[in-house]
Design a protein around this ligand. Structure first.
Ligand SMILES: [Mg+2]
Length: 242
């Protein structure tokens, strides 16, 4: 009798262990990790060599950019920012500075390490071929709201001067009209490894501050804001770089 009870206990214990292990395996396999950017995911992989986790991370980023999640997030940032800008008294000198790449328009389709995302987006495949890249829709709408409120706008990018005509045309072709300036980095600086983007952008903002009242700055990376002279900072997400 006792042997039978022991056997039953053993079966129950074993069954329970199998069930717990199965649940743990299922949870591990199907666990959706927190969304982090591609650079962080790659750094994590270099430390852990966990290829499964890297794939999960990349899938998260893929989903973010190939659904409307990215545009929705950007829109949320602008809705909040617009409330701030609506409270300001706009003067002829009130300026809002815009970054260009991955702020005004999509640029990440030029990165090979982001191919797993953009190669599934027909408009970005086309953009890579035609070199006319589409606007981030939420940014374009936000830009027009600000223009309607009377703000001056200047685009500042660390891309080199050689692409000035291309960038100017791209911006105007996709609907960014009536901006005061497009400022790109002079060629001799753009190819100097010692020039830091953040420092150059800060220098440009300091110059602009002599001519305008900078009330806001819009960008996707911390280098767009470092050092101040930004007014209200409008940082949109970027899950490729940072
Ligand atoms: Mg940018």
């Amino acid at each position: 009798m006792k042997t039978e009870e022991n056997m039953k206990k053993k079966i129950i214990t074993t069954t329970s262990l199998i069930a717990v292990a199965s649940i743990a395996y299922y949870l591990h396999k199907n666990h959706v990790p927190e969304l982090i950017n591609l650079k962080q995911a790659t750094q994590e992989f270099e430390q852990t060599h966990d290829a499964t986790m890297l794939e999960k991370r990349k899938q998260q980023i893929f989903n973010y950019y190939t659904t409307d999640a990215f545009e929705k997030d950007v829109q949320k940032v602008y809705t909040k920012a617009l409330k701030q800008f609506c409270q300001l008294t706009v003067t002829p000198k009130s300026l809002i500075i815009f970054d260009v790449d991955d702020t005004a328009f999509y640029n990440y389709q030029y990165r090979d390490d982001a191919e797993f995302i953009w190669k599934h987006q027909p408009e970005l495949i086309k953009a890579r071929q035609t070199k006319i890249v589409p606007a981030i829709k939420a940014t374009l709408a936000f830009y027009h709201e600000l223009k309607n409120l009377g703000f001056k706008t200047v685009f500042v990018s660390s891309r080199n001067q050689a692409v000035y005509d291309e960038y100017y045309k791209n911006l105007t072709d996709i609907g960014y009209h009536d901006f005061d300036k497009l400022i790109l980095m002079p060629d001799k600086l753009a190819f100097d490894q010692n020039i830091k983007t953040a420092d150059w952008k800060l220098g440009i903002r300091k110059q602009l501050a002599q001519e305008y009242t900078i009330v806001g700055c819009v960008g996707d990376r911390t280098v767009d804001f470092k050092g101040g002279y930004t007014g209200y900072e409008v940082k949109i997400p970027n899950y490729i770089f940072e």
